[in-house]
Design a protein around this ligand. Structure first.
Ligand code: EPU
Length: 414
């Protein structure tokens, strides 16, 4: 697939943009439906490619998904545990949540290794160690992985790194394990709290999500539920960067500002003036931005997923900014693309040095991954002339109706 997005830059943006539900919560919540014995209704599922890929996997498992205008009704009552070896598994990282969910429900899962954005090495050793601690055996053969257990028994699991994926996968596998599972040094991201609150509505017994100790007391059955997914903090952060770049009083709605504290305080430090409401952020002005240093960290630190969208703002800021990646040391492919548009960024050693201010010029660039694509959109909106962003399918994986949302704000994108 080689779809492209064309943006003619330089237009001021105004008005409101409504943020969709969280991609990274939804991609955990859909596989979690495997654990239910009854129907689950989810409101406001985002219209993004990653969800389409997960729906294909649900169909393979004989789980029906009815898509209504504002909700998905998912019926897992006739689920069949089949080998997941289709291309859709490789399309996204989150397909690995079927490992935890199917292992939890059937004590057996066989599937391909997951795909997802190429951000450098993305091992899943912590997920597998967690499954083994619960009593499972893991076998790998080429690209296939098979995990099985006679029974799953709760255990105390210490994560060497507070991995989002490993925390979620262990939660999914442990819901039906006998006794208590404790995940120590668990990830604290809001998407984990959202998944835990959905599982608890279904009858699970999970305490401590959002802290570094999560306790799961095994139950024998989960019922259905109705769940509203939290807003996407990364989509929100991206539009706040867009508003800081080109906005005249743009309001970003359906936001949980507490999920964005690290970004908002960094933007404030750079000189962006904002009004922060209970569920919105309005960007009032962003003139003469100051350079700033950023270090990506696990939540509530500065999100790695917002490192790429904020980089164009650092490029137009006065002075030298430094970015250090502590989550994905190789997540800097956007910098070479931004340099094609006039940026002056030097990368190496998990760091970027950004010399500003520069003026962006339209160019032909490539979205090498999802958030790189988001960064290129921010730059393209500011650029003089036309920018073509190739491989835009990466962007559609995570940004709901992006062209429509940009044009509603007054951009010229197609
Ligand atoms: N890691 C390991 N071993 C593991 C698991 C992770 O070494 O078993 C390392 C990774 O290699 C990486 C770090 O730990 O260096 C962080 O990985 P983590 O498991 O926390 O990330 P993830 O679950 O693979 C999720 C999001 C990412 C987001 C990260 C960090 C989903 C589907 N993906 O990935 O989102 O960047 O957490 O917050 O939830 C995106 O949306 O663009 C995206 C990449």
């Amino acid at each position: 697939m080689n779809e492209s997005i064309k943006i003619r830059g330089g237009r001021r943006l105004s008005g409101e943009v409504r943020i969709s539900s969280s991609k990274n919560a939804t991609v955990a919540i859909l596989p979690a439906v495997v654990l239910a014995s009854e129907m689950v209704k989810l409101y406001d599922v985002p219209n993004i490619e990653d969800i389409n890929a997960l729906n294909k996997i649900l169909a393979k498992l004989n789980i029906s998904v009815e898509q209504h205008k504002d909700s998905f009704v998912i019926d897992p009552t006739d689920i069949k545990n089949v080998v997941l070896d289709g291309e859709e598994v490789r399309k996204l990282r989150a397909s690995y949540y079927f490992m935890g969910a199917l292992l939890g429900r059937f004590k057996h899962v066989k599937m391909l290794y997951p795909g997802g954005c190429n951000l450098g090495p993305r091992p899943i050793d912590l997920h597998l160690k967690g499954f083994e601690s619960l009593g499972a055996t893991v076998k790998t053969e080429g690209d296939m992985i098979e995990i099985s257990a006679d029974e799953l028994i709760g255990d105390e699991i210490y994560l060497d790194f507070a991995s989002v994926g490993a925390t979620i996968n262990i939660m999914l596998a442990a819901v039906f394990a006998k006794g208590r599972t404790v995940i120590r040094n668990a990830a604290k991201e809001p998407e984990i709290i959202d998944l835990s609150s959905m599982l608890n509505k279904m009858g699970a017994h999970i305490r401590g999500a959002g802290t570094s100790d999560i306790k799961i007391d095994g139950v024998s059955r989960l019922k259905g539920c109705i769940h509203d997914i939290i807003p996407d903090r990364i989509e929100a952060g991206t539009y706040i960067c867009i508003a800081a770049a080109m906005g005249d009083n743009v309001t970003v709605k359906n936001v949980i500002p507490q999920h964005l504290e690290a970004l908002l305080s960094k933007l404030e430090e750079m000189g962006v003036e904002m009004e922060v409401g209970t569920d919105y952020v309005k960007v009032l002005s962003a003139d003469n931005l100051k350079a700033a240093d950023i270090q990506t960290q696990i939540f509530p630190g500065f999100a790695t997923d917002l490192q790429q969208p904020i980089t164009p703002l650092l490029c137009i800021a006065n002075g030298v900014s430094k970015v250090r990646e502590t989550i994905y040391p190789e997540r800097f492919k956007h910098c070479a693309e931004l340099n094609k548009m006039g940026a002056d960024i030097v990368t190496g050693d998990a760091k970027a040095t950004i010399n500003g201010p520069v003026k962006f010029k339209g160019a032909r660039v490539t979205a090498t991954d999802l958030r790189c694509g988001a960064g290129l959109i921010v730059a393209a909106l500011m650029a003089e002339g036309e920018t073509i962003i190739d491989d835009a399918y990466h962007i559609y994986r995570g940004y709901d109706n992006v062209i429509e949302k940009l044009n509603l704000l007054g951009a010229d994108a197609e």
